[in-house]
Ligand binder design. Structure first.
Ligand code: BGC
Length: 360
């Protein structure tokens, strides 16, 4: 009899543990999350990968983290592999968001929830959730910065000479950044206050930079400066992000910008990469947008927890991916420049002071 009761108690205890595991998805559940990131070549994805992995592991999840060298076919094989491994959730920061359809049908067949990370996965009905930042807001903030920096809102008529850059055409964010900025700037181009001497303003056809490559941006800027700015200084460059702004600054420097007769133009960016914070400190770049990837990681963990526990998933936005409306969460973006970078990035412990070039 006593033996039977002990067995019963043990069985009940085991059941309790099992159900506790269901309610608290991460905690010691041994659930496996497959995380795929686009590339190690840009600082932000290294940070994103590390943050997501650490935050998931702190919650008791196991994590398989992969980087794809900016090749969608490589990432698709990695995801396929994660499906075979039996991952419970897939978190995907895609390269070409429209080219995952096939592999996601496998995820659908295996009933594995998919969270698109920062970049929307398009042209498929298998994108269950999307965690990102306010992408349109990024472009709008960059456009509004240019307007206020040049005093266009105070009636300054210029004309100011500007060139525009866009991100990778396969990245859904790139179009949103461009739209946000152009919705602010187009009226000034139309009225002749901003003059784009090359005439190249159309995204993606005329201004996209494949893979967000710094060297690609540098080459395009070199060509623009040679062809259109041999006799006049350029006043403004709209760059959607920091990897492009790095190439643009390298080009401007080699063309002799950075003196009193040839000052650096107003130049935008996004991500607050360490190199770019150095550029801001040295006056080579005017601003960047801080997207705190710790917030994004926490949001992904909240989504993962809720999905696996069968609870309501926290969302505050919706993105149309061409096939379905994806329930989404937009994290907040913040403006960074020479006046607030330290408070934003160092005081918040995002970076150590010594990791930023020329920081004091
Ligand atoms: C991200 C940006 C990043 C860019 C290049 C975009 O999808 O939203 O933050 O600068 O990719 O990596």
């Amino acid at each position: 009899m006593a033996k039977k009761s002990i067995v019963l108690v043990l069985v009940l205890a085991m059941l309790a543990i099992t159900f506790a595991g269901c309610g608290q998805a991460g905690k010691d559940s041994g659930k496996l999350v497959g995380v795929t990131m686009p590339t190690k070549s840009l600082q932000r994805w290294n940070e994103d990968g590390a943050n997501v992995k650490a935050a998931l592991e702190a919650k008791g999840y196991k994590v398989d983290l992969q980087y794809a060298d900016n090749k969608q076919d490589v990432q698709n094989s990695q995801i396929e592999n994660q499906i075979t491994m039996g991952c419970d959730v897939l978190v995907i920061a895609s390269i070409d968001g429209g080219a995952l359809g096939g592999v996601l049908q496998q995820a659908k067949a295996a009933k594995i929830p998919v969270i698109a990370y920062d970049r929307l996965i398009t042209n498929t009905d298998k994108c269950d959730y999307y965690a990102t930042f306010d992408n349109y807001g990024v472009g709008k903030m960059q456009g509004e910065f240019i307007v206020s920096e040049l005093g266009l809102d105070k009636g300054e008529k210029g004309p100011f000479l500007m060139e525009c850059f866009g991100g990778d055409p396969g990245d859904n964010n790139a179009g949103l950044f461009n739209k946000g900025a152009m919705d602010v700037l187009q009226q000034y181009i139309d009225s002749g206050v901003l003059v784009v001497k090359s005439g190249q303003t159309k995204f993606p056809d005329q201004i996209a930079i494949t893979n967000w490559d710094s060297k690609g941006a540098q080459d395009r800027m070199d060509n623009l400066l040679t062809a259109y700015y041999a006799d006049e200084n350029i006043d403004v460059v709209l760059s959607p992000n920091d990897s492009l702004a790095q190439g643009i600054v390298a080009s401007l420097k080699s063309a002799g910008y950075g003196s009193s007769s040839k000052p650096f133009p107003v130049l935008t960016g996004q991500d607050c990469d360490k190199i770019n914070v150095g550029q801001i400190i040295r006056g080579e770049q005017s601003m960047s947008i801080f997207k705190d990837t710790r917030d994004l990681a926490n949001q992904v963990i909240a989504m993962t927890d809720a999905i696996l526990a069968g609870q309501t998933v926290p969302v505050n936005a919706e993105y149309d991916n061409g096939v379905i409306k994806v329930p989404s969460f937009n994290c907040q973006i913040k403006f960074a420049n020479k006046d607030n970078w330290k408070e934003l990035l160092v005081d918040s412990k995002y970076y150590k002071l010594e990791d930023i070039p020329d920081a004091k």
